[in-house]
Design a protein around this ligand. Structure first.
Ligand SMILES: C[S@@+](CC[C@H](N)C(=O)[O-])C[C@H]1O[C@@H](n2cnc3c(N)ncnc32)[C@H](O)[C@@H]1O
Length: 345
Protein backbone atom coordinates (compact mmCIF):
# COMPACT_ATOMS: atom_id res chain seq x y z
CA UNK A 1 0.00 0.00 0.00
CA UNK A 2 1.42 3.41 -0.94
CA UNK A 3 1.02 6.28 1.44
CA UNK A 4 2.07 9.63 -0.06
CA UNK A 5 2.50 10.90 3.52
CA UNK A 6 4.95 8.13 4.43
CA UNK A 7 4.37 4.63 5.81
CA UNK A 8 4.83 5.78 9.38
CA UNK A 9 2.10 8.44 9.21
CA UNK A 10 0.14 7.93 12.49
CA UNK A 11 -3.01 9.40 10.91
CA UNK A 12 -3.01 6.57 8.37
CA UNK A 13 -2.68 3.98 11.12
CA UNK A 14 -5.49 5.60 13.03
CA UNK A 15 -7.61 5.79 9.88
CA UNK A 16 -7.17 2.07 9.22
CA UNK A 17 -8.12 1.27 12.79
CA UNK A 18 -11.14 3.53 12.88
CA UNK A 19 -12.70 2.30 9.64
CA UNK A 20 -12.72 -1.19 11.13
CA UNK A 21 -13.58 -0.04 14.65
CA UNK A 22 -17.39 -0.42 14.48
CA UNK A 23 -17.00 -4.14 13.68
CA UNK A 24 -14.29 -4.61 16.30
CA UNK A 25 -16.31 -2.69 18.92
CA UNK A 26 -19.18 -5.13 18.36
CA UNK A 27 -16.85 -8.14 18.46
CA UNK A 28 -15.44 -7.04 21.83
CA UNK A 29 -18.94 -6.35 23.18
CA UNK A 30 -20.10 -9.78 21.99
CA UNK A 31 -17.12 -11.34 23.78
CA UNK A 32 -18.24 -9.46 26.92
CA UNK A 33 -21.82 -10.69 26.53
CA UNK A 34 -20.62 -14.26 26.03
CA UNK A 35 -18.48 -14.02 29.16
CA UNK A 36 -15.22 -14.76 27.29
CA UNK A 37 -13.07 -12.23 29.18
CA UNK A 38 -14.43 -13.52 32.49
CA UNK A 39 -13.76 -17.13 31.47
CA UNK A 40 -10.17 -16.29 30.45
CA UNK A 41 -9.64 -14.50 33.78
CA UNK A 42 -10.74 -17.64 35.61
CA UNK A 43 -9.02 -20.09 33.26
CA UNK A 44 -6.09 -18.39 31.48
CA UNK A 45 -4.90 -20.38 28.47
CA UNK A 46 -8.32 -21.92 27.71
CA UNK A 47 -8.46 -23.39 24.23
CA UNK A 48 -11.17 -22.77 21.62
CA UNK A 49 -12.95 -26.02 22.37
CA UNK A 50 -13.32 -25.11 26.04
CA UNK A 51 -14.47 -21.57 25.16
CA UNK A 52 -16.95 -23.09 22.69
CA UNK A 53 -18.47 -25.39 25.27
CA UNK A 54 -18.72 -22.56 27.83
CA UNK A 55 -20.33 -20.10 25.41
CA UNK A 56 -22.32 -22.39 23.11
CA UNK A 57 -20.96 -20.62 20.01
CA UNK A 58 -20.36 -22.99 17.05
CA UNK A 59 -16.66 -23.69 16.33
CA UNK A 60 -16.41 -21.75 13.05
CA UNK A 61 -18.21 -18.63 14.34
CA UNK A 62 -16.09 -18.71 17.50
CA UNK A 63 -12.94 -18.91 15.36
CA UNK A 64 -14.07 -15.75 13.53
CA UNK A 65 -14.90 -13.93 16.79
CA UNK A 66 -11.63 -14.87 18.53
CA UNK A 67 -9.58 -13.78 15.52
CA UNK A 68 -11.35 -10.40 15.58
CA UNK A 69 -10.81 -9.92 19.33
CA UNK A 70 -7.14 -10.95 19.02
CA UNK A 71 -6.58 -8.19 16.43
CA UNK A 72 -7.47 -5.61 19.09
CA UNK A 73 -4.74 -6.92 21.40
CA UNK A 74 -7.26 -7.43 24.21
CA UNK A 75 -6.76 -11.20 23.97
CA UNK A 76 -3.67 -13.00 22.71
CA UNK A 77 -2.99 -16.53 21.66
CA UNK A 78 -0.41 -18.50 23.60
CA UNK A 79 0.48 -22.18 23.11
CA UNK A 80 -2.83 -22.86 21.35
CA UNK A 81 -4.88 -21.26 24.16
CA UNK A 82 -6.12 -17.72 24.76
CA UNK A 83 -5.19 -15.24 27.51
CA UNK A 84 -6.49 -11.81 28.47
CA UNK A 85 -4.18 -8.83 28.11
CA UNK A 86 -3.76 -6.82 31.33
CA UNK A 87 -6.20 -4.21 29.93
CA UNK A 88 -8.89 -6.84 29.29
CA UNK A 89 -8.38 -8.34 32.76
CA UNK A 90 -8.65 -4.94 34.34
CA UNK A 91 -11.53 -3.43 32.33
CA UNK A 92 -13.67 -6.25 30.93
CA UNK A 93 -13.37 -9.42 32.99
CA UNK A 94 -15.45 -8.46 36.00
CA UNK A 95 -19.06 -7.62 36.67
CA UNK A 96 -18.16 -4.93 39.24
CA UNK A 97 -20.26 -1.77 39.11
CA UNK A 98 -17.45 0.21 37.45
CA UNK A 99 -16.74 -2.46 34.81
CA UNK A 100 -16.33 -1.35 31.20
CA UNK A 101 -18.49 -4.39 30.40
CA UNK A 102 -21.57 -2.36 31.47
CA UNK A 103 -20.39 0.66 29.48
CA UNK A 104 -19.91 -1.30 26.25
CA UNK A 105 -23.33 -2.92 26.54
CA UNK A 106 -24.98 0.48 27.10
CA UNK A 107 -23.19 2.00 24.11
CA UNK A 108 -24.10 -1.00 21.94
CA UNK A 109 -27.77 -0.96 22.96
CA UNK A 110 -28.37 2.78 22.99
CA UNK A 111 -25.68 4.99 21.44
CA UNK A 112 -24.37 3.18 18.40
CA UNK A 113 -27.66 2.11 16.78
CA UNK A 114 -28.54 5.84 16.68
CA UNK A 115 -25.35 6.86 14.86
CA UNK A 116 -26.62 5.28 11.62
CA UNK A 117 -28.82 8.38 11.37
CA UNK A 118 -26.02 10.88 11.87
CA UNK A 119 -26.09 12.53 8.46
CA UNK A 120 -29.88 12.92 8.51
CA UNK A 121 -29.94 14.19 12.08
CA UNK A 122 -27.09 16.69 11.72
CA UNK A 123 -28.29 17.95 8.37
CA UNK A 124 -31.85 18.30 9.68
CA UNK A 125 -30.71 19.92 12.94
CA UNK A 126 -32.79 17.48 14.97
CA UNK A 127 -32.32 14.24 16.90
CA UNK A 128 -34.13 11.95 14.46
CA UNK A 129 -32.94 8.76 16.24
CA UNK A 130 -35.19 9.60 19.19
CA UNK A 131 -38.15 8.41 17.09
CA UNK A 132 -36.93 4.82 17.69
CA UNK A 133 -37.79 5.19 21.39
CA UNK A 134 -41.47 5.14 22.45
CA UNK A 135 -43.08 8.30 23.77
CA UNK A 136 -43.43 11.89 22.61
CA UNK A 137 -41.14 13.65 25.08
CA UNK A 138 -38.28 15.71 23.58
CA UNK A 139 -35.33 13.93 25.27
CA UNK A 140 -34.11 10.34 25.55
CA UNK A 141 -33.93 10.69 29.36
CA UNK A 142 -37.68 11.27 29.53
CA UNK A 143 -38.55 8.58 26.96
CA UNK A 144 -36.53 5.91 28.77
CA UNK A 145 -39.20 6.01 31.49
CA UNK A 146 -41.40 4.06 29.00
CA UNK A 147 -38.82 1.26 28.85
CA UNK A 148 -37.65 0.42 32.39
CA UNK A 149 -35.38 -2.38 31.18
CA UNK A 150 -33.47 -0.11 28.78
CA UNK A 151 -33.49 2.66 31.38
CA UNK A 152 -31.73 0.30 33.80
CA UNK A 153 -29.13 -0.64 31.11
CA UNK A 154 -28.60 3.08 30.41
CA UNK A 155 -28.09 4.02 34.06
CA UNK A 156 -25.85 1.00 34.73
CA UNK A 157 -23.62 2.10 31.83
CA UNK A 158 -23.68 5.76 32.90
CA UNK A 159 -22.96 4.89 36.52
CA UNK A 160 -20.03 2.65 35.48
CA UNK A 161 -18.52 5.42 33.37
CA UNK A 162 -19.12 7.99 36.10
CA UNK A 163 -17.30 5.71 38.56
CA UNK A 164 -14.31 5.66 36.17
CA UNK A 165 -13.89 9.43 36.50
CA UNK A 166 -15.68 10.47 39.69
CA UNK A 167 -12.71 10.14 42.05
CA UNK A 168 -11.01 13.10 40.40
CA UNK A 169 -14.17 15.13 41.19
CA UNK A 170 -14.70 13.83 44.71
CA UNK A 171 -11.16 14.71 45.82
CA UNK A 172 -11.56 18.40 44.86
CA UNK A 173 -11.04 20.63 47.93
CA UNK A 174 -14.29 22.50 47.06
CA UNK A 175 -16.41 19.85 48.77
CA UNK A 176 -14.70 20.00 52.18
CA UNK A 177 -16.61 23.19 53.12
CA UNK A 178 -20.00 22.23 51.63
CA UNK A 179 -22.76 21.43 54.12
CA UNK A 180 -25.68 20.51 51.86
CA UNK A 181 -25.24 19.81 48.14
CA UNK A 182 -28.00 19.76 45.54
CA UNK A 183 -27.02 17.19 42.87
CA UNK A 184 -29.14 18.29 39.88
CA UNK A 185 -29.67 15.46 37.35
CA UNK A 186 -27.91 13.23 39.87
CA UNK A 187 -29.07 10.07 38.09
CA UNK A 188 -28.95 6.93 40.20
CA UNK A 189 -27.01 8.74 42.91
CA UNK A 190 -23.56 7.35 42.04
CA UNK A 191 -21.82 10.71 42.51
CA UNK A 192 -23.69 11.67 45.68
CA UNK A 193 -22.90 8.26 47.19
CA UNK A 194 -19.18 8.78 46.53
CA UNK A 195 -19.30 12.28 48.00
CA UNK A 196 -21.25 11.15 51.08
CA UNK A 197 -18.74 8.35 51.65
CA UNK A 198 -15.80 10.75 51.47
CA UNK A 199 -17.26 13.68 53.48
CA UNK A 200 -19.00 12.47 56.66
CA UNK A 201 -20.48 15.91 57.38
CA UNK A 202 -22.03 16.35 53.91
CA UNK A 203 -25.74 16.06 53.08
CA UNK A 204 -26.83 15.56 49.47
CA UNK A 205 -30.18 15.99 47.73
CA UNK A 206 -30.40 14.11 44.43
CA UNK A 207 -32.78 15.84 42.01
CA UNK A 208 -33.77 13.70 39.03
CA UNK A 209 -36.86 12.46 37.24
CA UNK A 210 -39.18 10.19 39.25
CA UNK A 211 -38.41 7.09 37.13
CA UNK A 212 -34.68 7.59 37.78
CA UNK A 213 -35.02 8.37 41.48
CA UNK A 214 -36.44 4.87 41.76
CA UNK A 215 -32.96 3.56 40.82
CA UNK A 216 -31.17 5.66 43.42
CA UNK A 217 -28.66 3.71 45.47
CA UNK A 218 -27.13 6.61 47.38
CA UNK A 219 -30.25 7.22 49.43
CA UNK A 220 -30.34 3.54 50.37
CA UNK A 221 -26.67 3.52 51.39
CA UNK A 222 -26.83 6.84 53.30
CA UNK A 223 -30.46 7.20 54.43
CA UNK A 224 -29.62 9.97 56.94
CA UNK A 225 -27.52 12.08 54.60
CA UNK A 226 -28.82 11.55 51.05
CA UNK A 227 -32.39 12.35 50.12
CA UNK A 228 -34.24 12.39 46.83
CA UNK A 229 -36.11 15.21 45.18
CA UNK A 230 -37.95 13.64 42.22
CA UNK A 231 -38.99 16.19 39.63
CA UNK A 232 -38.22 18.04 36.42
CA UNK A 233 -35.27 20.40 36.64
CA UNK A 234 -36.88 22.83 34.17
CA UNK A 235 -40.47 22.73 35.42
CA UNK A 236 -39.95 22.38 39.17
CA UNK A 237 -38.27 24.70 41.67
CA UNK A 238 -34.85 23.81 43.02
CA UNK A 239 -35.22 22.94 46.71
CA UNK A 240 -33.80 25.54 49.12
CA UNK A 241 -31.53 25.06 52.13
CA UNK A 242 -28.50 23.96 50.13
CA UNK A 243 -25.16 25.81 49.98
CA UNK A 244 -23.84 24.24 46.74
CA UNK A 245 -25.39 23.11 43.47
CA UNK A 246 -23.67 20.43 41.38
CA UNK A 247 -24.43 19.81 37.71
CA UNK A 248 -22.52 16.63 36.88
CA UNK A 249 -22.79 15.59 33.21
CA UNK A 250 -25.95 17.67 32.93
CA UNK A 251 -25.36 21.13 31.42
CA UNK A 252 -23.65 19.57 28.39
CA UNK A 253 -26.98 17.97 27.35
CA UNK A 254 -28.59 21.35 26.72
CA UNK A 255 -28.42 24.57 24.69
CA UNK A 256 -26.87 27.82 25.89
CA UNK A 257 -30.34 29.24 26.60
CA UNK A 258 -31.33 26.25 28.74
CA UNK A 259 -27.96 26.28 30.52
CA UNK A 260 -28.47 29.95 31.41
CA UNK A 261 -31.93 29.08 32.72
CA UNK A 262 -30.52 26.28 34.93
CA UNK A 263 -27.64 28.44 36.18
CA UNK A 264 -30.18 31.18 36.99
CA UNK A 265 -32.23 28.69 39.03
CA UNK A 266 -29.07 27.60 40.87
CA UNK A 267 -28.21 31.24 41.58
CA UNK A 268 -31.68 31.94 42.97
CA UNK A 269 -31.66 28.81 45.15
CA UNK A 270 -28.25 29.55 46.73
CA UNK A 271 -27.45 31.83 49.68
CA UNK A 272 -24.74 34.49 49.32
CA UNK A 273 -21.40 32.66 49.30
CA UNK A 274 -23.04 29.51 47.88
CA UNK A 275 -21.14 27.58 45.22
CA UNK A 276 -22.11 26.24 41.82
CA UNK A 277 -20.10 23.38 40.31
CA UNK A 278 -20.33 22.41 36.63
CA UNK A 279 -18.57 19.10 36.07
CA UNK A 280 -18.35 17.13 32.85
CA UNK A 281 -16.52 16.60 29.59
CA UNK A 282 -14.75 19.56 28.03
CA UNK A 283 -13.43 19.55 24.48
CA UNK A 284 -10.22 21.55 24.10
CA UNK A 285 -10.61 25.34 23.93
CA UNK A 286 -9.75 25.30 20.19
CA UNK A 287 -12.36 22.53 19.68
CA UNK A 288 -9.98 20.15 17.90
CA UNK A 289 -9.36 17.60 20.64
CA UNK A 290 -11.31 15.20 22.85
CA UNK A 291 -12.55 11.85 21.48
CA UNK A 292 -14.85 11.13 24.43
CA UNK A 293 -16.29 14.62 24.11
CA UNK A 294 -16.74 14.12 20.35
CA UNK A 295 -18.73 10.91 20.84
CA UNK A 296 -20.87 12.56 23.48
CA UNK A 297 -21.67 15.65 21.41
CA UNK A 298 -22.72 13.45 18.49
CA UNK A 299 -24.88 11.28 20.76
CA UNK A 300 -26.69 14.35 22.13
CA UNK A 301 -27.40 15.74 18.68
CA UNK A 302 -28.37 12.51 16.92
CA UNK A 303 -30.33 10.96 19.79
CA UNK A 304 -30.49 12.30 23.33
CA UNK A 305 -31.57 15.93 23.17
CA UNK A 306 -30.90 17.31 19.66
CA UNK A 307 -28.63 19.98 21.15
CA UNK A 308 -25.72 20.33 23.57
CA UNK A 309 -22.07 19.21 23.35
CA UNK A 310 -19.01 18.76 25.55
CA UNK A 311 -18.56 22.54 25.57
CA UNK A 312 -15.06 23.93 26.14
CA UNK A 313 -14.40 25.21 29.67
CA UNK A 314 -14.29 28.82 28.48
CA UNK A 315 -18.00 28.60 27.55
CA UNK A 316 -18.94 27.47 31.06
CA UNK A 317 -16.82 30.23 32.58
CA UNK A 318 -18.56 32.87 30.47
CA UNK A 319 -22.03 31.49 31.33
CA UNK A 320 -21.25 31.32 35.06
CA UNK A 321 -20.16 34.98 35.05
CA UNK A 322 -23.21 35.99 33.04
CA UNK A 323 -25.47 34.20 35.55
CA UNK A 324 -23.98 36.42 38.28
CA UNK A 325 -21.38 34.13 39.83
CA UNK A 326 -17.98 35.50 40.94
CA UNK A 327 -14.60 33.90 41.46
CA UNK A 328 -15.18 31.76 38.36
CA UNK A 329 -12.47 29.22 37.57
CA UNK A 330 -11.87 25.82 36.03
CA UNK A 331 -9.88 22.83 37.17
CA UNK A 332 -8.98 21.26 33.82
CA UNK A 333 -7.37 17.97 32.85
CA UNK A 334 -9.40 15.69 35.14
CA UNK A 335 -9.69 12.06 34.05
CA UNK A 336 -11.39 11.15 30.76
CA UNK A 337 -11.34 14.73 29.41
CA UNK A 338 -13.25 16.13 32.39
CA UNK A 339 -13.16 19.58 33.88
CA UNK A 340 -14.79 21.32 36.84
CA UNK A 341 -15.87 24.95 36.45
CA UNK A 342 -17.00 26.70 39.63
CA UNK A 343 -18.38 30.02 40.77
CA UNK A 344 -19.53 31.72 43.97
CA UNK A 345 -22.74 33.70 44.53
C1 LIG B 1 -25.90 12.24 31.75
S1 LIG B 1 -26.90 11.89 33.13
C2 LIG B 1 -25.87 12.38 34.48
C3 LIG B 1 -26.08 11.56 35.74
C4 LIG B 1 -25.14 11.89 36.90
N1 LIG B 1 -25.21 13.28 37.30
C5 LIG B 1 -23.73 11.52 36.57
O1 LIG B 1 -22.85 12.39 36.53
O2 LIG B 1 -23.48 10.32 36.35
C6 LIG B 1 -28.09 13.15 33.05
C7 LIG B 1 -29.17 13.03 34.09
O3 LIG B 1 -30.05 14.14 33.95
C8 LIG B 1 -31.35 13.66 34.18
N2 LIG B 1 -32.31 14.57 33.54
C9 LIG B 1 -32.40 14.87 32.22
N3 LIG B 1 -33.41 15.73 32.00
C10 LIG B 1 -33.97 15.98 33.23
C11 LIG B 1 -35.03 16.80 33.66
N4 LIG B 1 -35.72 17.54 32.80
N5 LIG B 1 -35.30 16.85 34.99
C12 LIG B 1 -34.62 16.09 35.88
N6 LIG B 1 -33.58 15.28 35.52
C13 LIG B 1 -33.27 15.23 34.21
C14 LIG B 1 -31.37 12.29 33.54
O4 LIG B 1 -32.41 11.47 34.03
C15 LIG B 1 -29.99 11.77 33.92
O5 LIG B 1 -30.00 11.04 35.12
Amino acid sequence: MTNPHGDDDPVLDRFHFLVNAPALFNAVTTAVELGIFRLLAEQPGCDAERIGSATGVPAHQLRVLLQAVCTTGLVRREDGGYVNSPVASDLLASDAEDSWAHILIGWKEIYYPAFGQMTTALRGGTNTALADHPGDEPTLYQRLAHNPQLEAVFHRAMSAFTLRSVDSLVCQPEFASVRHLLDVGGGDGTTSARLAARYPGLKCTVFDMPSVSRLDRAATSFPDRVDLHPGDMFQDDFPGGTDAVLFSHVLEIFSEKEIMHLLGKAYDALPAGGRVLAYGYNVSDDETDGIFGARLGLYFNVLASGRGMAYPARDYEEWLRRAGFNDVRTTAGLSYEHGLSTGTK
